[in-house]
Write a protein that binds this ligand. Sequence first.
Ligand SMILES: Cc1ncc(COP(=O)(O)O)c(C=O)c1O
Length: 387
Amino acid sequence: MKKLSNRTATFTDSVIRRMTRVALKYDAINLSQGFPDFNPPEEIMNRLAQVAKEGPHQYAVTFGAANFREALARKQEHFSGVSVDPASEIVVTCGSTEAMMAAMLSVCNPGDKVVVFSPFYENYGADAILSGAEPIYVPLVPPAFDFDADQLEAAIKQEEVKALILCNPSNPCGKVFTKEELQIISDLAIKYDIYVITDEVYEHIVYAPSQHQYISALPGMKERTIICNSLSKTYSVTGWRLGYVIASPEIIDRVKKVHDFLTVGAAAPLMEAANVGLQFEDSYYEKLQETYTHKRDLFLGGLEQIGLNFTRPQGAYYVLMDISEFGYEDDEQFCIDMAKRVGVAAVPGFSFFKEDVRHLVRVHFAKQDATLTAALDRLSDIRTRLR
Ligand SMILES: Cc1ncc(COP(=O)(O)O)c(C=O)c1O
């Protein structure tokens, strides 16, 4: 048989999704892959039931149903203060995952480079391989996950650099970039003429006093920012696969074509049902923040009582737990043992870092309080079960 493609030969499976399979195997509470175990808002589910009878059930316009794009544009304008034309500046995709892939394929040629902060969301590595771009990593240094502006400039000024990927709020470290940090990034993006591809799926999950700032709103950034986002986390619909790209008409024209040939379109009935969520008042987003702030405090308070060391997120719903005290050299083996013997699943930290980091594992708290309490109960035994 002839060899399969070189481009995909270096792929591994996703470590995050592998850990969900480990959780299932050992019947562990799954704090690995980031998705809630509670339902989306009632209004969205009720509308889905109606849409099941009324339709639409056939293909929507390839770049997204018109009413859905209009609602997305209004919501984005409301929160970011930047105008968005629903006809020429949005493409609806199958999740932010497709949004990022379509953005990368639209921007990068093989041989181009993209700057990525480390730690990073695992998918960016695969996106880079598929689009032919080479990632250059700039460290976010714990405990505050700050970056060094000179190091960032040294990375961005390399001639082949086409774009920087900005995950804000960040998965896995929970960093919310300040306006001053975004200004440094935008100054460099303008100076060296690169695109900024954002991943803002956690824009509404931010803990006071941190606030989500939109880099696209900074002067000179609208035309060079490619926003990737989705409804997955904001409306607890990770299985619906609804995402979008927002960018200038020139960029969106390309993204529309890439998207058309990749997937044709997002699910028409789900766009129609989720539209209800896009109409929610500000109070919905305030309540979402309250809910996640409560969950964060509950979970972190429990970890503190157990005496574990961990990062305190400013946004998103992940915690990096320090496992140094358990003496494992292999964080993946630690996660397997933890699922098996403690009954809680986590993601090994190595999959998020360019640096050789093996002493961290990622857990998340997007779960019902009862699930979090049960997980904490199991974790309270971790020292007897893993030593
Ligand atoms: C930073 C980040 N980007 C993208 C995604 C995937 O989003 P979607 O479900 O919209 O594809 C996730 C999912 O966990 C994520 O954490």
